[in-house]
Design a protein around this ligand. Structure first.
Ligand SMILES: [Zn+2]
Ligand SMILES: [Zn+2]
Length: 387
């Protein structure tokens, strides 16, 4: 392990910041206190600070004469989860917690900004992006719609996420797809209600929903090429109120995941056709809606190579996990990678046992990785902007 000289000295204040925002989690587009704290610190480091892009987003710009322009991004938002930990900096906000480690991501990027603000070896422009609303709401997309890269033109962009299950001291990097496209769907089946003892009088939407769900499961197994990845998950079924009445309606909701645009199109098209034709066949009507949420996260080859080299200078080459198996989870940094070349990596957060997984009420960001993440950002800055 090669923690950059001078980083350890920053850790006490960076850890204190991390635990402070862990105790005060704020969810999508409401990261007001978090953004104030970040802006205050960036100003104290001498950076140019811009506020209120995508409501609560904060941008810090470090200008060092001529040279390339590179962006580093961290997310700031928490989740609607009631924390089940017992340490003293546990969430003070009922029903909200930093269960994805975005407190740690913001802290590490702040540490890097602090260090780089006095590092004479870089030439060019560094744009530090503190993004709101990564979870579900697509804060990255909103930042882009509000002109992020017009106001702050950059040549490339980098991001990272802590990764439970990957050992502390390991960084996983790949060129190409790393995280999946994420979409949501809803189906309203309108049948005809009847007495539970007289099914022949009904058009039973629950029975029809069962056929539709089975039909949808054939998409991944029968339509998608087996060498491509696809997930169709029905995660909600709502129908009926009592034991002996067949209801008139059944409402289904769920999510799909894919990597390639062709598979994504195929899933949407097949779900629509299967829902419509099965419902029609049974005499019910189907109202199907499909919403495209986040695209797949795809790293560009050249920037992935730069990220691998920067990671190897911190954690040693043997600890860089090359080309990990992609995850079917999603990440809105994908929107930024649609606009700019760049690379997003996973930073080992240690064991995921005993509930220490992302989005678990027992999760906590591992403060032992603060110096590793900060050193990675610094080495990346030196790779991209070094003299
Ligand atoms: Zn998350
Ligand atoms: Zn996250």
């Amino acid at each position: 392990m090669q923690i950059v000289d001078g980083v350890e000295a920053l850790i006490p204040s960076i850890r204190a910041f991390r635990q402070q925002i862990h105790a005060h989690p704020e969810t999508a587009f409401e990261e007001v206190i978090t953004a104030d704290l970040i802006a205050e610190k960036l100003i104290s480091f001498g950076l140019e600070v811009h506020r209120q892009i995508a409501k609560t987003g904060v941008i810090g710009v470090l200008r060092r004469g001529d040279g390339p322009s590179i962006a580093f991004r961290a997310d700031m938002d928490a989740l609607h989860i009631a924390e089940a930990n017992t340490f003293d900096y546990i969430s003070k906000v009922s029903g909200k917690m930093h269960a994805c480690g975005h407190d740690g991501h913001s802290a590490m990027l702040l540490g890097a900004a602090q260090f780089l603000s006095t590092d004479p070896s870089i030439h060019g422009t560094l744009v530090f992006i503190f993004q709101p609303a990564e979870e579900n709401e697509g804060g990255a997309r909103v930042m882009l719609e509000e002109g992020l890269f017009t106001k702050f033109p950059v040549d490339a962009i980098y991001g990272l996420h802590n990764w439970p299950g990957l050992a502390v001291g390991q960084i996983a990097v790949t060129a190409g797809p790393l995280m999946a496209a994420f979409d949501t769907f809803e189906l309203e089946i309108q049948g005809r209600g009847a007495h539970g003892a007289m099914p022949h009088d009904s058009v039973d939407p629950i029975y029809i929903a069962a056929q539709v769900i089975n039909g949808w499961q054939s998409i991944a197994s029968r339509n998608v090429n087996p060498s491509d990845a696809a997930v169709v998950s029905v995660t909600q079924i709502h129908a009926g109120d009592t034991w002996n009445v067949i209801p008139a309606n059944c409402h289904l909701k769920g999510t799909t995941r894919s990597f390639s645009p062709a598979v994504r199109n195929l899933i949407e098209e097949k779900m629509q056709v299967i829902a419509q034709s099965i419902c029609q066949g049974f005499g019910a009507t189907a109202t199907f809606t499909y919403q495209r949420r986040y695209p797949a996260l795809i790293n560009s080859p050249q920037e992935a190579q730069i990220a691998k080299q920067a990671a190897a200078r911190v954690v040693a080459k043997a600890q860089v996990v090359n080309d990990p198996q992609p995850s079917m989870t999603a990440e809105d940094f994908a929107f930024m990678l649609e606009k700019k070349p760049g690379c997003y990596v996973w930073l080992g957060n240690g064991s995921s046992a005993q509930g220490k997984n992302l989005h678990s009420p027992k999760y906590d960001f591992n403060d032992d990785i603060l110096p590793i993440g900060i050193s990675y950002w610094i080495e990346l800055a030196r790779s991209c902007l070094g003299s």
